[in-house]
Structure formats: structure tokens, C-alpha cells
Unconditional design. Structure first.
Length: 95
């Protein structure tokens, strides 16, 4: 069974309540639940992490580089240099 890490960055804990007209009414909990169901049906385990601290996110991505977890950076529309470096060092940034 493979492991997938789904990271949610700053302010995404407010999904469903912060400007629902712009961001929709779906909560982060609902997104995680749907993602977990889809992963389970594909035979994969899902780990989710939401943090308003970029340092915590970078630390977890770096651990993913050593524990075999797969990370896909689809929700990051911008990356700072230190974040990009951590993904590239771990060879987890999919092009």
C-alpha cells in the first residue's frame, strides 16, 4: 500500500466559512474525507496536514523524502525559494 501526503497551507482551515461566494461552501474536512475515500478505493493511505506555519509544512515535506511518502504539489500556486528547495531536494516535485 502506498502513502500519499495531502498538504493544505495557510488559511485553508477556513474553507467553507471564509468567503463562500469565492471559495465555495465545501469545508477542509469534507475535502479530506473525499480524498481519503478516493485513496482507499485505489489501495492507498492518505495523510493530511493543514498548517498556517510554512515551517511545519516544509518540515513534513522533508520527512516525506525519507519515509517513502509521495507528495504532489498541486495546490501550491506559488512557492517561495525555501519551499521549492525542500521539494526538489526530496525529489518529490512532479513536473
Amino acid at each position: 500500500m502506498s502513502d500519499i501526503l495531502l498538504i493544505h497551507g495557510p488559511n485553508l482551515n477556513l474553507l467553507g466559512t471564509r468567503e463562500p461566494g469565492v471559495y465555495g461552501a465545501c469545508t477542509l474536512e469534507e475535502i479530506n474525507h473525499t480524498a481519503a475515500e478516493q485513496c482507499a478505493s485505489a489501495g492507498a493511505r492518505l495523510e493530511t496536514l493543514q498548517s498556517n506555519s510554512e515551517a511545519e509544512l516544509v518540515d513534513r515535506v522533508q520527512r516525506a523524502g525519507t519515509d517513502g511518502t509521495r507528495f504532489i504539489a498541486v495546490s501550491y500556486t506559488h512557492l517561495r525559494a525555501h519551499e521549492t528547495d525542500s521539494y526538489l531536494v526530496c525529489r518529490l516535485l512532479l513536473e
